[in-house]
Design a protein around this ligand. Structure first.
Ligand SMILES: Cc1cc2nc3c(=O)[nH]c(=O)nc-3n(C[C@H](O)[C@H](O)[C@H](O)COP(=O)(O)OP(=O)(O)OC[C@H]3O[C@@H](n4cnc5c(N)ncnc54)[C@H](O)[C@@H]3O)c2cc1C
Length: 396
């Protein structure tokens, strides 16, 4: 085996984002090298559900990538979204039909999605995988073609035209590039529970209340995920001494939406210390996914933003050459829009100070009173602004 290999793209990190970008680049005929620190192997069977919500824009992107048919059977559609803010007696209810769509988005188990990506990767002859390995050193060089040289921990040397950094929140490459991040500690912990309950088919709910931000995301006709983002100071209210969840409180939070909520099974929990990198590229190096931003789960946007960024990347490739400047501008715009949505939701709909309460009341009422505002709000959540080919409804 040669000790010096040349690639169009080297991708560091084979999570959902690294895998998806590798597949799409390889489909364009580009030579890709995927480097993953862990072993890449088939995902063993699992007995819980780890939800990932795909918004409508991600659905469109995955469809245009030719991947939707492969994953559709694992997805559960969301057709109605309810938003409830404790500052206002108003509830907002959005239906896919309001904007002439069949579905607003889809829920999938992230492991099914990753497994399908791995299946696709194995089918592409122009993807070289180095797993249980990582880039230990890299440097820019004057070679006009291959601007980057990287050394793997195994000793192998790679040359690349471009490097995609998709190695997650603790990215070493990002640190070496000295890219700073805005770190936001929300003083909240997110818990994901699986449960069964009775609720209206295909309906999801997001509740803003004094304890935090809560979502009910179905994944089957009586199966539901409760995603509880609880203010740390309020966690004792939710768990008893034996760390058992207070199910009566959950029933109360989701009343009017779900009944007969059964035992809650904890899937995962994590503290909400999020990060937004201040730069997303240096020379021919681009950050994507969690290495670029780790987001608050409100509105479930992290992977969706990465999918949109991957779509931009593909659109900014001309004859295998990347228009980095154009791409960075497009990505910066979509990041800002998502960050603004998240900040608005948390500070206005979820904020517990007097001005937020008043603003929340105003926002909820305004949206409710105008179908145009409601539709625009919905399009914003779904990420389908500027999709002129969609027949989006207007005021009738
Ligand atoms: C509980 C939870 C629920 C979520 N729900 C949603 C949702 O509903 N909708 C949504 O859009 N987003 C959601 N997100 C966000 C979404 O999961 C992330 O945006 C997405 O998974 C990021 O993927 P990634 O590939 O960038 O990072 P990761 O999944 O962290 O993958 C990074 C990969 O890089 C590898 N790696 C690390 N270091 C190195 C190294 N030095 N060298 C090589 N490889 C390395 C890791 O082993 C890993 O395989 C959720 C996140 C969480 C935690």
């Amino acid at each position: 085996m040669t000790n010096n290999q040349e690639f169009d793209f080297v991708i560091s990190g084979a999570g959902l984002v690294g895998c998806l970008v590798t597949i799409q680049l390889a489909k364009l005929g580009l030579n890709c090298c995927l480097v993953e620190k862990n072993e890449i192997k088939n995902i063993p069977s699992f007995d819980n559900y780890s939800p990932l919500s795909l918004n409508y824009k991600s659905y469109l992107a995955l469809k245009s990538f030719g991947l939707w048919d492969k994953i559709q059977s694992y997805t559960y559609p969301i057709r109605n979204l309810n938003i409830k803010s404790y500052h206002s007696l108003n509830r907002l209810s959005f239906n896919a039909k309001d904007i002439y769509l069949n579905d607003l988005g889809y829920v999938i188990d992230r492991r099914n999605l990753l497994q399908e990506f791995l299946n696709q990767i194995k089918k592409q002859p122009n993807i070289k995988i180095y797993d249980q390995d990582s880039i230990s050193k890299f440097k820019m060089n004057h070679d006009n073609n291959y601007k980057l040289t990287g050394e793997l921990s195994s000793g192998l040397t790679l040359k690349a035209k471009y490097l995609i950094v998709s190695d997650g929140i603790s990215s070493k490459i990002k640190n070496e590039l000295n890219i700073q991040s805005l770190v936001i500690d929300y003083a909240q912990t997110s818990f994901i529970f699986n449960s069964t309950a009775s609720f209206k088919k295909f309906h999801a709910i997001q509740v803003f209340n004094k304890y935090g931000i809560f979502a009910g995301i179905p994944y089957g006709d009586n199966k539901i995920n409760f995603i509880l983002t609880i203010n740390k100071k309020d966690i004792p209210v939710f768990f008893n001494d034996k760390n058992k969840i207070n199910i009566d409180l959950i029933k109360d939070i989701f009343k009017d939406y779900a009944n007969e909520i059964s035992t809650l099974k904890l899937v995962s929990q994590y503290d909400l210390i999020t990060s937004r990198s201040k730069e997303i590229s240096k020379d021919n190096i681009l950050l994507l996914g969690n290495s670029s931003q780790l987001l608050h789960p409100v509105g479930a946007q992290g992977f969706n933003l990465a999918v949109s960024n991957i779509e931009s990347l593909i659109n900014h490739l001309v004859n295998g050459k990347l228009d980095i400047e154009g791409l960075v501008t497009a990505i910066a715009e979509s990041r800002d829009s998502v960050f603004n949505n998240i900040d608005l939701a948390i500070n206005v709909l979820g904020g517990d100070k007097f001005p937020s309460k008043l603003l929340s009341f105003f926002v909820m009422n305004s949206i409710k009173s105008s179908q145009v505002m409601k539709n625009n709000f919905l399009k914003n959540i779904l990420g389908i602004d500027n999709y002129p080919y969609l027949n989006i409804g207007t005021d009738s």
